[in-house]
Design a protein around this ligand. Structure first.
Ligand code: ZN
Ligand code: ZN
Length: 277
């Protein structure tokens, strides 16, 4: 299994997870042209995307969903509330998911997880096959016991570190927006992300990806320092999914400390043949 990011942040999100012949996209907040360009960067063709799972209706997560689904005939999975809140128009295939039931697409089992965020019916996702478990967790205002329970035992975790509380307080956002972002239904700050890491079983965790960083209210170095404080002597790879550059492939077969950006098609074919991904 491998994971990559088309980009992460308030200007657009898109996470790619691939196992065997199945490639899934979680959220698509970029224009069609930009999506195609970012997929090419990961050596992917749009026709390889088996489905798009949507977390919630905010534009940075859904902007490109409908045009992409129509052009490439890709099924979309989302909650009832998210569908109601989106003006998608005609779609080739819409599948409703809920926080109560897991579903299967190709090689993946997908567990939707209900999160506290100021959207109609927001979900985040944990994706797994028989070998690996990947958690994607952004756009939530606080860590609930339910979230802490569902995100245990991940091999890779893409975790929101949206803002530094001090930078948000002193920063340029209007007061109401500061209240929203920092509120219980807003976004995770660095300390809240660190709190989750201190709560969950991390014995399998090998790759942590700091995600959805605010360009105005956070700095990668601050986020990295705060979450590192919760990780103790953890020896996995700590990476950042950037707004423009996204994140190159993280190969879950790689040894800890190996270059996470070097997965190649040839390696994958060899591994697929060996049943490793
Ligand atoms: Zn977002
Ligand atoms: Zn959001």
């Amino acid at each position: 299994m491998r994971v990559g990011s088309l980009g992460s942040g308030s200007n657009g999100n898109g996470t790619i997870v691939q196992a065997g012949a199945t490639t899934l996209l979680v959220d698509l907040g970029f224009t069609l042209k930009e999506t195609e360009r970012r997929l090419r960067r990961l050596s992917l063709d749009p026709s390889q995307i088996a489905a798009v799972f949507v977390t919630h209706e905010h534009a940075d997560h859904v902007h490109g969903v409908a045009p992409f689904a129509r052009k490439y005939d890709v099924p979309v999975y989302l909650s009832h509330g998210t569908l109601d809140a989106c003006a998608f128009g005609l779609m080739p295939s819409v599948n409703i998911v809920s926080g109560h039931d897991a579903c299967q697409v190709g090689a993946f089992r997908i567990e939707p997880v209900t999160v506290p965020h100021d959207a109609r019916e927001p979900l985040q996702y944990v994706l797994s096959n028989e070998a690996f478990r990947v958690g994607i967790l952004t756009d939530l205002g606080h860590i609930t016991p339910h979230v802490a329970e569902r995100y245990a035992d991940c091999d890779a975790l893409m975790l929101e570190c949206n803002h530094d509380v001090g930078m948000l307080t002193r920063g340029p956002y209007p007061y109401t927006l500061k209240q929203r972002v920092g509120g219980l239904m807003g976004h995770l700050n660095n300390e809240q992300a660190a709190f989750l890491l201190s709560k969950v079983d991390r014995s399998r965790l090998r790759h942590l990806v700091i995600s959805h960083i605010s360009e105005q209210n956070n700095l990668p170095d601050i986020a990295r320092r705060v979450v590192s404080g919760a990780l103790g002597d953890w020896a996995g790879s700590l990476l950042i999914a950037e707004q423009e550059a996204g994140l190159g492939w993280i190969d879950l077969r790689s040894e800890v400390g190996a270059d996470a950006r070097t997965g190649s098609a040839a390696e994958d074919q060899a591994s697929q043949a060996a049943g490793l991904i």
